[in-house]
Write a protein that binds this ligand. Structure first.
Ligand SMILES: *Cc1c(COP(=O)(O)O)cnc(C)c1O
Length: 422
């Protein structure tokens, strides 16, 4: 029996309406920027498997690091024990994170990194007897699917059945060149009328919202104002982290640095589920006390999994290699070149680039999980290109190791789609 037939018997896939969905593709191999399915058909992974496998699938250096780690120390609890890979990873992160970051807390996926950040923020205030119960977040943000992370997220298509059970969140629009005054006024009103604990945001690019960009100086102004009232700023760099926006982290482009940062996805090069919630000394110190209950009583069984840490250390080494840096620049300039060539196409409403991210809004309206969007998705799959349009936004975020020919093929198929979906 084929994989897709066996899959049907017992598997429940994420983000899938099983009554109407077309069957998934059964994969048997991945290498570099490519996948192969069970019939031998080849695909280009144009979004690096949700922007995780940035150094390519089956990367030899990452495999070697994980294998060596597995043979020396596979797994131990991280309460009461520590180990070289966790310590080394923290040391390596200190070299590339903003200077205000001092402490690394480990989790096992993106949602739980945000969840830990939100709990840290609430308890930060609680530990000095303040009851701050409100989060500030951007409209249309995405921070994950656990309850705290979901509360901070503002994409209604995910949250509707759970609206009554969410945390208290006040939303502001993302800052653009023309609305900053209104956004800051709204923020001021929220700060006056609520007890705000934290501001949770995707810095500079909102991924799931459709790769929407916002203003650097506007975000700086919001962070500055939050910090004046001791509202902790939580940068969710789970998508943007590790080189996607041109800099190692999107917040490297800001003047004001957040107190808390969430990392996952490309952290482990797609080889292992692991995430990090890093924070400043100021946040950490608030949990120090003779009173045991002022500590952070939050843990995941697989915290600081040595295999994940080993993958992450190897990943950071690759990120900073001249080879990957050159590749990042080549991809960024190819995107700009391609964007120029299609910007006046009648099917294109908007095309934008930041770092290795290219996003194209089509002129045609598509529901996020609508028929037409699914047809567009299938159009790419049939042509061996893995792209997951967000509504009518097509985005490319390829592995850094993608070749010029592979990129060219992606662009060609997108151009073809512009003619058909107009
Ligand atoms: C993917 C993502 C998350 C959630 O991470 P999971 O590992 O899927 O739980 C949170 N925030 C952002 C910005 C993401 O892109």
């Amino acid at each position: 029996m084929k994989l897709i037939e066996r899959d049907k018997a017992h598997l429940w896939h994420p983000l899938t309406q099983h009554k109407t969905a077309t069957p998934p593709v059964g994969l048997v191999k991945a290498k570099g920027s490519l996948f192969w399915d069970e019939d031998g058909k080849e695909y280009i992974d144009a979004i690096a498997s949700w922007y995780t496998s940035m150094y390519g699938h089956g990367n030899e250096a990452i495999i070697k690091a994980i294998t060596a780690q597995m043979e020396s120390l596979d797994f131990v609890m991280f309460s009461g024990f520590t180990h070289e890979p966790a310590i080394k990873l923290a040391e390596e992160l200190m070299k590339i994170l903003p200077a205000n970051q001092q402490k690394i807390f480990f989790n096992d996926n993106g949602s739980t990194a945000v969840e830990a950040a939100i709990k840290m923020a609430f308890q930060y205030h609680h530990n000095i007897g303040e009851k701050r119960d409100t989060l500030i977040a951007f409209e249309d943000g995405f921070h994950g699917d656990t309850f705290g992370a979901m509360s901070a997220s503002g994409l209604a298509s995910y949250n509707a059945p759970f609206e009554d059970f969410l945390l208290k969140v006040k939303r502001i629009p993302v800052p653009q060149e023309d609305n900053l005054f209104e956004v800051l006024e709204l923020l001021e009103q929220i700060l006056i009328e609520n007890e705000c604990a934290a501001f949770v945001f995707e810095p500079l690019v909102q991924g799931a919202a459709g790769m929407k960009f916002h203003s650097v100086s506007g975000l700086d102004a919001i962070i500055k104002r939050c910090q004046e009232t001791d509202v902790l700023c939580v940068a969710d760099e789970i998508m943007t982290g590790f080189g996607k926006t041109g800099t190692n982290f999107a917040i490297d482009q800001l003047e004001y640095k957040p107190e808390i940062i969430c990392l996952s996805k490309a952290l482990t090069a797609g080889m292992f589920p692991l995430s990090i919630t890093s924070c400043s000394q100021k946040v950490f110190d608030r949990f120090l006390s003779e009173d045991v209950h002022k500590g952070f009583f939050h843990a995941h069984t697989f915290s600081a999994h040595p295999l994940g840490c080993a993958a992450a250390i190897a990943g950071i080494k690759l990120l900073n290699s001249s080879e990957i840096k050159n590749q990042r620049e080549t991809i960024a300039s190819s995107h700009i070149h391609f964007a120029q060539s299609i910007k006046d196409h009648p099917s294109v409403k908007n095309v934008r680039c930041k770092g290795v991210i290219l996003a194209i809004d089509l002129n045609i309206k598509m529901e996020r999980y609508g028929n037409l969007r699914d047809q567009l998705y299938q159009f790419f799959i049939e042509r061996g290109i893995v792209l997951r349009p967000l509504g009518s936004t097509i985005y490319v975020l390829p592995p850094y190791v993608i070749t010029k020919e592979e990129l060219k093929k992606i662009y060609e198929v997108i151009e073809e789609s512009l003619v058909i979906f107009n």
